[in-house]
Design a protein around this ligand. Structure first.
Ligand SMILES: Cc1cc2nc3c(=O)[nH]c(=O)nc-3n(C[C@H](O)[C@H](O)[C@H](O)COP(=O)(O)OP(=O)(O)OC[C@H]3O[C@@H](n4cnc5c(N)ncnc54)[C@H](O)[C@@H]3O)c2cc1C
Length: 460
């Protein structure tokens, strides 16, 4: 029997692929619900994720899995309109003319920014088209230095810096240029006349996760079951201990996939991961009226949140009983920050009063419900040298039969995602099935550009 620690998307994907390979498998999930960070709230209609979620066109494994699970026809590709809030004005930034009309960048800044997003290196006035092919080449380059050298100071100050502030706060100087280039490539497809094309399931991600659980087999999953210990025999995993609240159980095991955050891995086996994480605080505000006509509003303003994401400008409010759903989101770098320390009521008051100040037409009377989610490890900080820190899928250096599919794995770079979680789960399951010796890999250097992400690069 192979055991999986964690019933988020990565653990469920690992279990699904192991079952496909013909292995007996059991998933233990500490909380009462499956889905991990993709957990949902009830609404008068479809369920809604407590943390905003959508797919990018560049993500393929989740689309293939949805097809395999029979829910591929529920996946819709919709336009998600982007805008920037600066000095009290919402500036749409989707079409070429909206970008041309944006007043906070010069035409030259826009040209250099546009070339960078198209992957064209214009340094020295001579276009080069292959400069950004290897992300690893920029692993040690500070993001600011890269942007200023490859575009202009204006592009950094007026465009990227507020975004970096919102995403990484006090850690923005630590972030690598490889992360930025990866994000640009990751975003995928745009409709020139309408904006970015993003994926979402009819019914949200809940029906997709339900279908995955169904395929794993409900009888092969236990919720409310926290794995508290792993024991080894002759250098291999031998038993795992599970606390179900009512009892403590010990199970013999042939293999363990840890599909949870690296602190869980460390607690179970002592493996120390150097990846730093940031926390997230995210509200879903249920409103009678719409706030803007934008899906994703970046906020370059002195506000205690980084983005306002109006989900019902992406998916119709009809799916939610006619209600409008707005995410208000902020990342925290240190747990002693005021926001992390504030109570839910304090955050509601702080955030809604700022929304009121930014949008005079907004009325609190419109707010029906304010639900807040927090997670202390919502995303890695993709700092310079990050790839040296990723946790290998196969942890035979710690114990034979031990695997890692959590958020610090290679598939979750340069952005953590549901797709990355599925890839990580599959990578572990395939390695268990193949039992390939580690030295058979073509290279043990995770920074080797020849080792593709989906190919399981990142083994230490
Ligand atoms: C604010 C925010 C926005 C996001 N936006 C997007 C997006 O737009 N698109 C996208 O694709 N992705 C997005 N993501 C990322 C996506 O949610 C994650 O990458 C993905 O859900 C990670 O899945 P996972 O299974 O690796 O981890 P998790 O979802 O964290 O699952 C780990 C599970 O392990 C369980 N667990 C922990 N310890 C134990 C233990 N000892 N025993 C048993 N169980 C244990 C936990 O309870 C949890 O259920 C977002 C995430 C956040 C926080």
């Amino acid at each position: 029997m192979i055991h999986v620690v964690g019933g988020g998307i990565a653990g469920l994907a690992a279990a699904y692929r192991l079952r496909q390979h013909g292995h007996d498998v059991h998933v233990f999930e500490a909380s009462d619900d499956l889905g991990g960070l993709a957990a949902t709230y009830e609404t008068p209609g479809d369920r809604i994720e407590s943390f905003y979620h959508h797919l990018s066109k560049s993500e393929e494994t989740i689309v293939e899995l949805a097809d395999e699970l029979g829910v591929g026809d529920r996946l819709e590709w919709l336009v998600g309109k982007n805008a920037y809030y600066v000095d009290g004005v919402v500036h749409p930034l989707d079409t070429p003319w909206e970008i041309l009309a944006y007043p906070h960048l010069s035409i030259y800044d826009k040209f250099r920014l546009g070339m960078l997003t198209l992957g064209v290196d214009l340094r020295g006035g001579r276009p080069r088209f292959d400069s950004y092919e290897s992300l690893e080449a920029y692993e040690d380059t500070p993001v600011r230095e890269f942007i200023v050298e490859h575009t202009t100071e204006g592009v950094y100050d007026q465009f990227f810096e507020p975004l970096l502030d919102a995403k990484f706060g006090s850690r923005k100087e630590d972030v690598s240029a490889a992360w930025l280039l990866g994000r640009i490539k990751f975003r995928g497809e745009r409709d020139l006349l309408r904006g970015e094309i993003l994926g979402y399931f009819d019914g949200g991600f809940a029906p997709f996760i339900d279908a995955l659980v169904e395929a794993v087999g409900r009888e092969n999953v236990t919720t409310g079951a926290r794995v508290t210990d792993l024991s080894l025999e002759d250098g291999a995993v031998s038993t795992l201990t599970v606390d179900t609240g009512a009892a403590t159980e010990t199970h013999d095991t042939e293999g363990v996939v840890v599909a949870a955050m690296p602190n869980v891995l460390e607690a179970l086996c002592g493996y120390e991961c150097d990846v730093d994480f940031q926390g997230a605080v995210c509200a879903v505000v249920t409103m009678d009226d719409s706030l803007t006509d934008t899906y994703w509003l970046n906020v370059a303003h002195d506000a205690p949140f980084g983005a306002l994401i109006e989900h019902t400008n992406f998916v119709s409010p009809d799916r939610y009983g006619g209600k409008h759903l707005l995410y208000v989101a902020s990342y925290v770098q240190e747990y002693d920050e005021d926001l992390w320390q504030a109570s839910d009521d304090e955050i509601e008051e702080l955030w809604l009063s700022h929304v009121e100040e930014m949008f005079p037409s907004f009325s609190r009377e419109s707010v029906e419900r304010f639900r807040l989610a927090r997670n202390p490890r919502a995303a890695p900080v993709y700092e310079r040298g990050y790839l040296e820190k990723v946790v290998p899928y196969d942890l035979r250096e710690v114990a034979d039969g031990l695997y890692y599919a959590g958020m610090a794995s290679r598939a979750q770079y340069p952005e953590r995602s549901l797709n990355g979680g599925i890839v990580a789960g599959f990578e572990c399951a395939d390695r268990i099935d193949a039992r390939a010796p580690a030295d058979e890999a073509s290279s043990t250097d995770p920074r080797d550009p020849d080792r593709a992400v989906a190919d399981g690069a990142g083994e230490k």
